[in-house]
Design a protein. Structure first.
Length: 440
């Protein structure tokens, strides 16, 4: 920081609203006192608690307060603006947003959804407020945040992985274009390849994350003819990969939605399952709370306005299948093996076995990218304290995932329609070919 005792020290909040990989950028109007005509996030002075103020700004500037959920906040960004004679302390936040319908206040005259890499692009026609990219980097997804995320499903985290590749590649391109970096394509590729390898092992049980990262790197290599892929090709492939992944998840949800009638039982939190339930419009949803994180509660709340919802304990699922009129079980998948066995949140196996006993069909909804190319399974375990935090000398088992046998699954709904075991094998071979980039 510059020593500026005579300058004001202004605390502000800046929120990045994210939807389908893009963030909301707002152009400041002439009604604001500083940086008129420049682009930024949702921002405002933080006169009190920044956590409270940021939600107030989202409500006032976009009308989206009820459609956002906090992902994380970041370390404040401090900088001095010599032209204004002012020091700034910016508190950054990242929110996921359910839709893109923005109701602008007079503080902004234009709103656009765009990849955040455009903030760093020196060739962009958007002049941003100072340190906007720095603020974004403080809340952007990281390998560590993916590894630690116990709330979201595999499809969601795979998009975050592609965002990490996109953001780093975009920054490398921006630095090169601005003359701030003299790295050659080989150096850029080596850095991004190492980042991709770290992402591949961040969540070893999630085949979709591996497949989508592999496709991005393979597509980047395929885009050059005989030379080395650079950050430019990785950036383009990551942007296209995000669009492709989102489309595949949406189409898989639509496939599953076609078979939803009457009452449906589910567990855990899968964005694809939730989309299928909203589109399929069942008359009733039975939702297991999914301990220990109880992510099923969020699903139940999200469905409450669409249909009748019964939230229940995981242990009650078999009883309710026997006692209630349940027409179908619908679950997501973190991974699907080539033989049709399904790896998903613990409790899925018990639910599917109980459904089979009661002759209730089980549908697994997942994009084909969730098929695993590996024979072995790496099943994650949760913190023992989530089950027992006492002092007795007892062993604790807290598996995060379990394996549902293929004979307890009636269908796999994907973006390629419903697939049988032979079709699954064909897709696995396609996915194995994407792994060749790692030998380059």
């Amino acid at each position: 920081m510059i020593d500026t005792d005579d300058r004001d020290r202004s605390r502000v909040v800046t929120a990045f609203l994210r939807h389908d990989g893009d963030v909301l950028l707002l152009r400041r109007s002439d009604a604001v006192g500083t940086y008129a005509g420049r682009w930024g996030g949702v921002s405002g002075f933080a006169e009190g608690d920044p956590d409270d103020q940021v939600r107030a700004e989202i409500r006032e500037e976009t009308g989206l307060e009820d459609a956002v959920s906090l992902v994380r906040s970041g370390r404040p960004v401090e900088f001095a603006d010599a032209d204004l004679g002012r020091e700034w302390v910016v508190h950054p936040y990242l929110f996921d947003c359910e839709d893109r319908e923005v109701d602008l206040s007079k503080e902004h005259d234009t709103a656009e959804w765009a990849p955040p890499t455009e903030i760093a692009d020196p060739d962009s026609d958007r002049e941003t407020v100072p340190e906007l990219w720095t603020a974004y980097e403080r809340v952007a997804p990281t390998v560590r945040s993916i590894a630690a995320d116990g709330e979201h499903g595999a499809a969601y985290l795979s998009i975050r992985a592609l965002e990490i590749l996109r953001d780093r590649a975009g920054l490398l391109v921006a630095e090169r274009d601005a003359g701030e970096s003299a790295t050659d394509p080989d150096e850029e590729w080596d850095e991004l390849a190492e980042l991709a390898r770290r992402l591949l092992e961040a969540r070893p049980s999630m085949a979709v994350l591996r497949n989508r990262v592999n496709r991005t790197m393979a597509d980047a290599e395929a885009a050059v003819d005989g030379g080395s892929a650079s950050a430019t090709e990785v950036l383009d492939a990551a942007l296209a990969g995000i669009d492709r992944a989102l489309e595949a998840d949406t189409e898989a949800a639509a496939t599953a939605a076609d078979s939803l009638e009457g009452s449906v039982m589910t567990l855990s939190r899968s964005g694809t399952v939730l989309e299928a339930l909203r589109e399929g419009g069942p008359s009733r949803a039975f939702v297991a709370e999914s301990r220990p994180a109880r992510e099923g509660v969020g699903v139940a709340e999200a469905l409450a306005e669409d249909c009748a919802v019964t939230l229940h304990t995981d242990a009650a699922a078999a009883h309710l299948l026997a006692a209630e009129d349940v027409d179908r079980v619908l679950v997501g998948a973190d991974t699907i093996r080539a033989d049709g066995a399904v790896v998903n949140k613990t409790g899925t196996r018990a639910l599917a076995v109980a459904a089979t006993r009661e002759d209730v069909p089980v549908t697994v909804v997942a994009a084909t990218d969730k098929l695993s190319t590996r024979e072995e399974l790496n099943l994650e375990s949760g913190d023992r304290s989530a089950v027992y935090d006492g002092e007795a000398g007892i062993d604790v088992a807290n598996p995060t995932f379990d394996v549902t046998p293929a004979d307890c699954v009636n269908e796999v709904a994907t973006e390629r329609d419903r697939l049988d075991p032979e079709s699954l094998e064909d897709v696995v071979e396609e996915l194995r070919e994407l792994e060749d980039w790692r030998s380059s």
